[in-house]
Design a protein around this ligand. Structure first.
Ligand code: MG
Ligand code: MG
Length: 628
C-alpha cells in the first residue's frame, strides 16, 4: 500500500511541506496547484525537488469546471487542459484530478459529460497521461460518486477513471457500499478525510473542518473497506482542508496523518481481511487495564510539599528505589513515584517544566505488543540505560516528550515494585483511595486532535463528545477518552488563552502535561473524615454553589449539609451520582481530585468545572500567586 497526502493539508511553503511529509514516512504527494504556483522554481525543478526527497507525485490537482460546457467555453476548457498537461509532463506526474463542474453555464447531461471526458482521455493518452473524475459534494450536476462513475463508464476510455473522496461520499450520507459495484481498476485514485458531524453548508464544512481519519465522526473505515473490496490497488491519500492544520506544525500534522492511515488500514484489515490480503499485520490496539503508576520529577521544597500533600491524602511511603532517588508512595492500587534524581530523563524533564508528571505507567495485556504497535504508528520508542537489578520496561514518548511505560503481568514487568524497591515500614489507616480514576492532561487547543488520535489509535478507547468548560477568563475544551470498562480514563483539556487556569498552567509548565490526577474512593464521606483527621485542606467551595445544588437536584437537607461541610461537589446523570473533592493547587497549578462514582455515573462532573475553577483562582489570588 502506497500512502500519499495532498500538499494543501500541511502548513508552510512547498519545501517545508515536502520535508514534513517525507519525514512522516509518506510515499508520495498530491500536488495542489496553488502550492506549485506560489513556489519560485520551474516545474522541472519542483519535480526534481520532490523526487529528491524520495516522494512520488501521485496526482496533480485540481482541474475545475471542465465538463458539460457549451462552445466557445468548451473549446477554452480543452485549451486550459492542454496547458495543464504541459505542466504535468514538466513536473513528472501522469494523473490529473478533474472535479465535477460548478460552472454556472455547465449544461449537465451524462452523455455530454461522458463525451467531453472521452475526448479529454484521447488527448491525455497522446501524452501518456491519465484523467480522474471526482464528484464534488456540491457539484452543479454531478455530486454523487455513482453519477461520476456513470460518466466514466460511458466515457469508455482506458485513460479516464474515477477518483473517490470519502468526504464527498460520506458528507452527503451516500452508502459507501455502493462503491463495491465499481471495478477496482477503473478507480484511479482515493482521497480520504474525516470530519466532525456539523450541520452546515457542505462546501464550507469541507474547506475548513476536514480532519484525519479517526479524528472526526464519519465512517471512513466503512468507506475504505468498500474501496479495498473492489480490488483497488492505487495510493491511499489524505486530502485535508483544515484551518487549524494550515496554521499548525507541519511535522506534527504530517505525522498525525501517517498515523491515521496506518491505523485505518489496520482496521480495514481486521474487519475485512480478504480485502487487503497483502497488508502486513501489526499488533491490535492495546487493552489498558488502568494506570499502574504516575511519576513526578521534582526537587527541593516542591518535592517536600508534594510528599506532605500525599501524606495528608493518606498515602504511605512504602518503598525506596535500590539505586536511585525515587520514593514510592502507595494507597489501594495507586502508586505515585517521587523522583528527585539529578541526572537522566526525569532530571531533564524537571529542568524543562519544573515539578511535572514525567512518566505514566500503564497496565496493559501485552507490553511488547503495545510498543510494537506504537512504533508502527510512528511513536518514538524511549530507552534509558538500566542499572544492575533493574527491569527494562518497554516505553515510548508521550505528551511533550514525557514517557509512557507499559507494564504487563505476563512478562513479569509488574514485579518491578518488589524487584527495584526496598520495602519501607508501613502502617496506619489510609483514606480509602482505591485507584486512579482518570488523568487530566492540559494542552493547547490545537494539540487536542493529535493526542486523541494518539490514544485512540494505540489503545482500545473511545472518545466522548467534546464539552466546553467555562473559566472566568476564557473557554477550555474538554474531551474524555476511556476504555470500555472504564478502567483507563484520560481527559484532554485544551486551553485557548493564557488567562484560563489551564492556559496559565500550560504557560508556566512550558508545554502540555498532566494537570490533575483523580483518585477514586468507594465512600466519599468516609474518605473526607479520614482526610480531615490527617489535616488535609480541601479546596473551599462557595455557599452559592450549595444553594444552587439545592435548586438543581433533589437532595435531602442532610445530604446537602454533608456535601457543604466536606466541600464536596455533586453531579448526576441518567445512571447515577458523582461526588468530587479537590485539593488546593500545588507546584504551580497542579492538583488532586477525589471522586466517587455511584450507580455507573459516566461523566467527569463538567457542570461543576466552572465553579471549581473559580474557587481555585480565588485561592491562588488570595495567596498572591501572580496572575498573568
Ligand atoms: Mg477531493
Ligand atoms: Mg477531573
Amino acid at each position: 500500500m502506497k500512502t500519499a497526502i495532498a500538499t494543501v493539508s500541511i502548513s508552510g511553503n512547498l519545501p517545508e511541506k515536502l520535508e514534513a511529509i517525507a519525514a512522516a514516512g509518506f510515499d508520495g504527494i498530491e500536488i495542489f496547484e496553488q502550492d506549485f504556483i506560489a513556489h519560485d522554481g520551474t516545474p522541472r525543478e519542483v519535480g526534481d525537488l520532490i523526487r529528491s526527497m524520495g516522494l512520488a507525485i501521485t496526482l496533480f490537482q485540481p482541474f475545475r469546471d471542465f465538463e458539460g460546457l457549451p462552445d466557445p467555453l468548451r473549446a477554452k476548457a480543452f485549451d486550459r487542459a492542454e496547458r495543464k498537461f504541459d505542466l504535468m509532463q514538466e513536473l513528472g506526474t501522469d494523473l490529473v484530478l478533474v472535479c465535477s463542474s460548478c460552472h454556472p453555464q455547465a449544461l449537465g447531461g451524462i452523455d455530454r459529460a461522458a463525451a467531453d471526458f472521452h475526448e479529454l482521455g484521447e488527448r491525455a493518452a497522446r501524452r501518456g497521461l491519465r484523467v480522474g473524475f471526482e464528484a464534488l459534494a456540491w457539484g452543479r450536476h454531478v455530486n454523487d460518486h455513482r453519477d461520476a462513475w456513470e460518466v466514466v463508464r460511458r466515457a469508455d476510455h482506458p485513460n479516464v477513471g474515477l477518483i473517490l473522496d470519502s468526504f464527498h461520499t460520506l458528507a452527503r450520507g451516500i452508502d459507501p457500499d455502493t462503491i463495491r459495484r465499481i471495478p477496482g481498476d477503473r478507480i484511479f485514485f482515493v482521497q480520504l478525510a474525516d470530519a466532525p458531524r456539523i450541520d452546515m453548508d457542505l462546501l464550507y464544512w469541507s474547506r475548513h473542518f476536514r480532519n484525519m481519519p479517526g479524528e472526526g465522526d464519519l465512517d471512513v473505515t466503512g468507506f475504505m473497506r468498500a474501496v479495498m473490496a473492489t480490488g483497488y490497488a492505487g495510493p491511499v491519500s489524505l486530502e485535508i482542508f483544515n484551518d487549524q492544520f494550515r496554521g499548525g506544525q507541519a511535522r506534527a500534522i504530517a505525522r498525525d496523518g501517517h498515523r491515521s492511515l496506518i491505523a485505518l488500514m489496520d482496521d480495514v484489515r481486521r474487519e475485512e481481511p480478504s480485502a487487503v490480503p497483502d497488508l502486513p499485520a501489526i499488533p491490535a490496539r492495546s487493552r489498558a487495564h488502568g494506570v499502574s503508576f504516575v511519576e513526578f520529577a521534582t526537587r527541593g521544597a516542591e518535592a517536600e510539599a508534594l510528599e506532605a500533600l500525599l501524606e495528608t491524602l493518606g498515602f504511605r511511603r512504602s518503598g525506596q528505589h535500590i539505586a536511585k532517588a525515587l520514593t514510592l508512595w502507595t494507597q489501594g492500587d495507586i502508586r505515585i513515584v517521587v523522583n528527585r534524581e539529578s541526572t537522566g530523563f526525569a532530571s531533564s524533564a524537571y529542568a524543562m517544566h519544573g515539578t511535572t508528571v514525567c512518566d505514566i505507567g500503564i497496565a496493559v495485556e501485552d507490553a511488547a505488543g503495545t510498543v510494537e504497535r506504537a512504533k508502527n504508528l510512528g511513536a518514538d520508542p524511549f530507552h534509558q540505560p538500566t542499572g544492575p537489578g533493574e527491569l527494562d520496561i518497554p516505553a515510548i514518548r508521550g505528551l511533550s516528550g514525557s514517557v509512557l511505560h507499559f507494564i504487563d503481568e505476563a512478562s513479569g514487568l509488574s514485579d518491578v515494585w518488589t524487584v527495584e524497591f526496598t520495602r519501607s515500614a508501613t502502617g496506619g489507616a489510609d483514606a480509602g483511595l482505591r485507584r486512579i480514576d482518570h488523568l487530566a492532561q492540559t494542552m493547547s487547543y490545537d494539540e487536542m486532535l493529535s493526542w486523541s488520535l494518539f490514544y485512540t489509535t494505540l489503545f482500545e478507547m473511545t472518545k466522548s463528545p467534546m464539552v466546553d468548560v467555562v473559566d472566568p477568563d476564557g473557554l477550555v475544551r474538554s474531551q474524555a477518552l476511556e476504555a470500555k470498562d472504564g478502567a483507563f480514563r484520560i481527559t484532554l483539556n485544551g486551553a485557548e488563552t493564557h488567562r484560563t487556569m489551564a492556559g496559565n498552567f500550560l504557560a508556566d509548565s512550558f508545554g502540555a502535561s498532566v494537570q490533575h490526577i483523580a483518585l477514586a474512593t468507594d465512600d466519599i464521606f468516609a474518605t473526607v473524615a479520614a482526610l480531615t483527621a490527617r489535616g488535609f485542606k480541601p479546596l473551599p467551595m462557595s455557599d452559592n454553589y450549595y444553594a444552587d445544588l439545592a435548586a438543581r437536584f433533589d437532595l435531602t437537607p442532610d445530604m446537602l449539609a454533608r456535601l457543604r461541610a466536606g466541600n464536596i461537589l455533586y453531579d448526576e446523570d441518567a445512571r447515577g451520582a458523582f461526588f468530587q473533592l479537590y485539593s488546593r493547587p500545588y507546584a504551580g497549578g497542579m492538583f488532586f481530585e477525589i471522586v466517587e462514582r455511584r450507580g455507573g455515573y459516566a461523566g467527569y462532573g463538567a457542570p461543576n468545572a466552572p465553579f471549581r475553577i473559580a474557587a481555585q483562582k480565588r485561592l491562588m489570588r488570595q495567596k498572591g500567586i501572580p496572575k498573568r
